[in-house]
Design a binder for this molecule. Structure first.
Ligand SMILES: C[S@@+](CC[C@H](N)C(=O)[O-])C[C@H]1O[C@@H](n2cnc3c(N)ncnc32)[C@H](O)[C@@H]1O
Length: 209
């Protein structure tokens, strides 16, 4: 067996490091059409991104993932199918929203199973904060949506409280949870993991006013 490491495959345009982007993205330039854009923030290895881009080809999908290994794994799955309507950015979702996303330019943002950072001294590392809710309010279009699911009850309380009390959002009934009829019948990888561990799944949906 060779001890040489594998060369890193260039996955562009499916995977792009955030550091390579400058200024606001023009979605029409990225995708070559003006279909609605939805973001998957913290997309992990990309089950939701892949399923969504296959099942809803009339929408453009953009994943953002801090962990390059996971983000590249997601991008490889998109590249393998040569999907024209999905891309992954490697980097921090908050930086991405702040520097690359124009105001009211996305139809929906999805935040599934964000890292819980259990230890009290680490909770400030959580993605979903009041600052993040404000970022979502800026980038999501009027009548657009924010979806967030988690299997962590106390984190869901925080997310719900931030969103339910946010002046720009209205709580709505979330779509039904996939039944888990087979190994693929889950929304995301962490949804599958949570269900297999017997956790409750908390689901939230908010509409931008
Ligand atoms: C628990 S995993 C969930 C992954 C996927 N959404 C799912 O449901 O299977 C949380 C993911 O969010 C990513 N993440 C954490 N903080 C982030 C940030 N600031 N920006 C982008 N991704 C982030 C982590 O690297 C991790 O892959």
């Amino acid at each position: 067996m060779s001890t040489m490491s594998q060369p890193i495959v260039d996955l562009r345009p499916y995977f792009t490091p955030l550091a390579e982007l400058e200024g606001l993205l023009d979605w029409k330039m990225v995708f070559g059409n003006d279909h609605p854009v939805e973001l998957d923030l913290g997309c992990g290895r990309g089950k939701f991104l892949l399923d969504s881009s296959l099942n809803r080809p009339e929408t453009n999908w953009f994943g953002v993932e801090l962990d390059y290994t996971e983000g590249r794994r997601a991008a490889k799955r998109l590249a393998k199918r040569e999907l024209p309507n999905a891309r992954v950015i490697g980097g921090d979702a908050k930086q991405f929203l702040t520097n690359q996303v124009a105001s009211h330019s996305v139809a929906a943002a999805h935040v599934y199973f964000p890292d819980p950072w259990w230890k009290r001294k680490h909770t400030k590392r959580r993605l979903f904060t009041d600052e993040f809710a404000d970022m979502l309010a800026r980038v999501v279009k009027h009548d657009g949506f924010v979806h967030s699911w988690t299997d962590v009850g106390d984190y869901f309380e925080v997310i719900s409280s931030l969103m339910n009390h946010h002046a720009e959002f209205i709580s709505e009934t979330p779509p039904p949870e996939p039944a888990g009829a087979d190994d693929m019948d889950f929304l995301t990888n962490f949804h599958r993991r949570g269900r297999k561990m017997g956790c409750n799944i908390y689901r939230g949906l908010w509409r931008r006013k």
